[in-house]
Design a protein around this ligand. Structure first.
Ligand SMILES: Nc1ncnc2c1ncn2[C@@H]1O[C@H](COP(=O)(O)OP(=O)(O)OP(=O)(O)O)[C@@H](O)[C@H]1O
Length: 901
């Protein structure tokens, strides 16, 4: 097995890398400089944690905060990694000497320390070897970043000392300017640049308007109580210390064990508060944004912003602290309208008008985020310059909460016309005052009281009109912009077009969702957003849910007794998998994603005992089969009720994401809650299997998604004729050009099998008529009857087999049908049966013969294949041997296939 992968499993317990991790690790090992720009919680740390363990030389990591370094060192030690830190807070004076002698795998340093430590330290350590010099939170180097640290600027000095050591800059700040600054300031030499997506699909985004006061705080406290009862960690970010204190007090009054963190607390109390929160001793943290960068706790389930943040950059960073372990989590932003007028206050200390304008514009963007009626994820990602193809993400309040709608054409006409009359010289207040019939001095002076629109909008409150104005801004009918330091609104070209179609007695319909003050009442459907509690989201039975809670408690107690944070032992996700599978042996425990070797050796017996005892109490059997589940919160608005289907969990899940939630194939494949992304082809296969099970599929959309064009269809038809049958895919594929892929052929053939009504596709109205366009004229799909395969000889048998093989690679729970696999004419698993001649010799299974044999098989082997191959040993001895080898991490089991590490 690849060394990087075995380090990943041995030390971190994970089976596969997340996107970009492996590439970056490989480049670092090749000594290439790297720049890693990936979202908060996407797994950047692993990029610098793995190489030192592979090349067995110290990795230096510069990190801006002592608390952050301490947490990282604590977690790494729990993985059996020799980690330490050097800073003014380090009280063990022997560390520097040990570090110099290369005794640590990973050594953290503050930038100050890195720049001031004597050069002899570096030259001594260089003799032992340095695998990398990583600068974490590298945006601190840039004055454009939101956390500029002047000491970071001096790190380039070390370049002349650390010759031949790869430099790695890591940040979650996306802007070009910051990236450019990092590359320049660290003098990165032809760096390998990895820029990941900033989408965090497991995070739900929601916004609520509130009115400041005890009444709302009581509501908030009630909500937090529910979270606490579910064992969830929450951060509440406030804009003022006064709010922090008020909310903290209210939480404490109802007996919630909360922590508090703000700039006026002394350093010690802040540290203690941080420590207790990270160690799950306090479940809620009420804080100002001073509680910042160093929060490395993976299992925060909710981040609430009590007040609109200054800008979306900070909001993304702060809200991004939740759900770092990939489990469904929620980010709620509560705003009051007065938050939006704080621009002057934020800009008060700034000298130049440009800086003031920048602050106002940033706040305006945050305001637009609060008031948008469209998908919040799309809004956020597009703010960071990332394209989000879908219109709806299915995981924010605007995509999930059903809102009342009403035709607002008349009111929109009045407001747009009034703003038009004001010629974009004012903000929203002036036209609203005109509509409401104000006779204020400035209105009279400008003779706005003479306008025919004056007083026509008296029926609604000013705030109602503001809410409408903001909707029209978010829908592009109005433009809001900062002129000098004032916000003005004007009618956009889309608004002009609307106005052009209106007459005083007629306006074309403009149906808008009733949000904020527009809403008389919001209907929340019974199936609206649910940030599922841990047990719900994993599809636990009641008893399994209880077991999960008990195991969390068990982990907390164990962490307390060894003086570490529970997450440092293993993540919540791993505890979930344990609760679902209830392993009875160390080998099975080791096989769970997220369980590392250190955990098995040090605490394996403890965990197994607890699992056995608690499962018995709850009447749960041991060694259950895990069911693939995703944890992402999503819209629950079933279009089709799937009562009974033979589809496996993974396939049904994929179909639901596609059919009910409108997610793209790529998004389904890379769903973060998976232990590893699956191939897009596999997703297509799942959808085809769903279609064959009778579930509805939008064929036009599927053809578009995979690029199945009309000319491809003709080519496939021709190829089938040439191949003489549609029984096997390979001969068909051989007749086709490269760009026509197996999924194209499979989709075409499945449509045939399903007897898809060609007219139904046509009537969906996607017809484009352009040559070579994606297929949309279903009549082109008609197949000469001679080549339509009957159900028995149809290549679906092969398709299904192929999909089984793919599932086997990615979904451990999917049973592998060995017979089918062996029938399939590919080289993959056939290696197993290719070796059949060995059967004449009686082969004995020994530790080395099993490992060697498995090493020679890319696709591993099942127990049956093992018994067949090692025909000189009996089943019991082979099973026992496999269990020992699993325990030693020499081999591992995925689904029912054994593979060499
Ligand atoms: N390959 C993997 N498989 C499963 N979990 C992983 C993998 N890589 C990282 N993780 C987990 O993801 C979580 C976040 O990782 P990490 O702390 O490295 O994020 P980050 O990108 O450094 O975030 P930040 O910018 O906030 O520091 C951690 O709990 C980590 O254990």
């Amino acid at each position: 097995m690849d060394t990087t992968l075995s380090v990943l499993k041995d030390y971190f317990g994970f089976m596969s890398f997340r996107p970009y991790q492996q590439e970056v690790i490989e480049k670092i090992i090749e000594k290439r400089d790297c720049l890693v720009v990936m979202a908060t919680g996407s797994g950047k740390s692993l990029c610098y944690q793995v190489p030192p363990l592979v090349v067995k030389k110290t990795g230096i990591v510069v990190s801006p905060l002592i608390s952050l370094m301490q947490d990282q060192v604590m977690a790494l030690k729990q993985r059996g990694i020799k980690a330490e830190y050097l800073s003014s807070a380090q009280k063990d004076y022997t560390i520097q000497g040990k570090a110099e002698r290369g005794q640590f795998d990973i050594l953290f340093m503050t930038p100050e320390k890195a720049c001031t430590i004597p050069t002899s330290f570096w030259s001594n350590l260089l003799k032992e070897g340095i695998s990398l010099f990583a600068v974490d939170e590298a945006h601190c180097i840039s004055e454009w970043g939101h956390d500029f640290r002047v000491e970071y600027k001096q790190l380039d000095k070390l370049r002349g000392v650390l010759l031949d050591v790869p430099y790695v800059g890591l940040t979650a700040t996306a802007t070009e300017k910051v990236r450019f600054d990092i590359t320049n300031s660290l003098k990165l030499n032809n760096p390998y640049i990895a820029v990941g997506s900033f989408d965090r699909p497991n995070l739900f985004y929601g916004v609520k308007q509130f009115n400041r006061g005890q009444y709302f705080i009581d509501e908030l406290v009630e909500e937090i109580s529910k979270e606490v009862a579910n064992g969830c960690s929450t951060i509440i970010y406030c804009t003022t210390i006064k709010d922090v204190e008020q909310i903290y007090k209210s939480l404490m009054e109802v007996g919630i064990n909360a922590g508090m963190y703000h700039g006026q607390m002394d350093g010690r109390s802040r540290e203690e508060s941080h420590r207790l929160f990270v160690r799950d001793e306090k479940q809620v943290m009420v804080a100002t944004i001073a509680f910042g960068m160093g929060i490395d706790k993976p299992n925060i389930r909710k981040v609430i912003h009590y007040g609109c943040p200054k800008n979306l950059e900070s909001y993304y960073q702060e809200s991004g602290r939740c759900g770092r372990d990939g489990i469904a989590s929620a980010c709620w932003l509560y705003y009051t309208r007065s938050d939006f007028s704080k621009g002057d206050y934020y800009a008060a200390d700034l000298k130049s008008d440009n800086q003031k304008k920048a602050v106002m514009e940033s706040l305006l963007e945050a305001q637009h985020y609060c008031l948008t009626a469209t998908c919040r994820r799309k809004f956020l990602l597009e703010h960071f310059g990332e394209k989000f193809a879908a219109e709806r993400c299915g995981n924010c309040d605007n995509c999930t909460i059903l809102k009342q709608h009403r035709d607002m054409s008349k009111e929109a006409f009045l407001l747009l016309a009034c703003i038009h009359s004001c010629k974009g010289r004012w903000g929203l207040n002036m036209p609203i005052d005109i509509l409401r019939g104000s006779r204020a001095k400035k209105i009279a002076e400008a003779q706005y009281d003479k306008l025919p629109l004056h007083g026509l909008g008296k029926a609604y409150q000013a705030n109602w009109w503001k809410a409408l104005g903001h909707q029209l801004i978010s829908l592009g009918y109005l433009k809001e912009f900062v002129s000098d330091v004032y916000r003005n609104v004007s009618v956009s070209s889309k608004g002009e077009q609307f106005l052009a179609t209106c007459r005083p007695d007629y306006q074309p319909p403009l149906v808008l969702p009733l949000i904020g003050e527009l809403a008389e009442e919001e209907i929340r459907s019974a199936e609206e957003i649910k940030v599922l509690s841990a047990s719900e989201s994993e599809g636990f039975s009641e008893a399994e849910g209880k077991l999960y809670q008990m195991l969390l408690e068990e982990r907390l107690n164990l962490a307390r007794s060894v003086g570490t944070a529970p997450y440092a032992l293993c993540g919540d996700q791993t505890i979930r998998k344990i609760a679902l599978t209830r392993p009875s042996t160390k080998a099975r425990l080791a096989n769970i994603d997220g369980v590392n070797q250190h955990l098995v050796t040090r605490y394996g017996d403890h965990f197994l005992q607890a699992i056995r005892k608690l499962s018995q109490e709850l009447n749960l059997s041991l060694d259950g089969e895990p069911v693939f589940q995703t944890n992402e919160v999503r819209k629950v608005s079933p279009v089709v009720t799937v009562k009974s289907t033979k589809l496996s969990g993974a396939k049904l899940e994929a179909w639901k994401m596609w059919h009910e939630e409108g997610l793209s194939i790529q998004r389904i494949a890379n769903f973060p809650a998976r232990s590893a992304p699956i191939q897009e082809q596999t997703v297509v296969q799942y959808l085809l299997d769903a279609a064959l099970e009778g579930l509805p599929i939008d064929w036009t959309r599927l053809c578009e998604a995979i690029g199945l064009k009309q000319d491809y269809i003709s080519a496939i038809r021709g190829a089938i004729v040439k191949a003489g049958s549609a029984d096997k895919l390979k001969p068909i594929k051989n007749e086709l050009p490269e760009e026509i892929t197996y999924p194209h052929i499979k989709v075409y053939l499945t449509m045939q099998t399903c007897g898809v009504s060609l007219e139904s596709i046509q009537s969906e109205g996607h017809q484009s008529g352009k040559d070579g366009e994606t297929v949309n004229n279903a009549s082109n799909l008609s197949e000469p009857s001679s080549v339509t395969p009957d159900s028995e000889s149809h290549p679906q048998a092969n398709i299904a087999t192929e999909s089984i093989m793919e599932i086997n690679e990615v979904v451990p729970s999917e049973p592998v049908n060995v017979c089918q696999v062996q029938e399939f004419p590919t080289s993959k698993r056939l290696k197993v049966s290719d070796t059949e001649e060995v059967k004449i010799i009686k082969l004995k299974a020994t530790e080395s013969s099993v490992v060697e044999w498995l090493q020679s098989l890319d696709e591993g082997a099942t127990l049956t294949e093992m018994l067949e191959h090692f025909n000189g040993s009996n089943k019991d001895s082979i099973v026992e041997l496999l269990s020992c080898l699993e325990c030693d991490f020499s081999i591992y089991k995925k689904g029912n296939v054994y593979k060499a590490m």
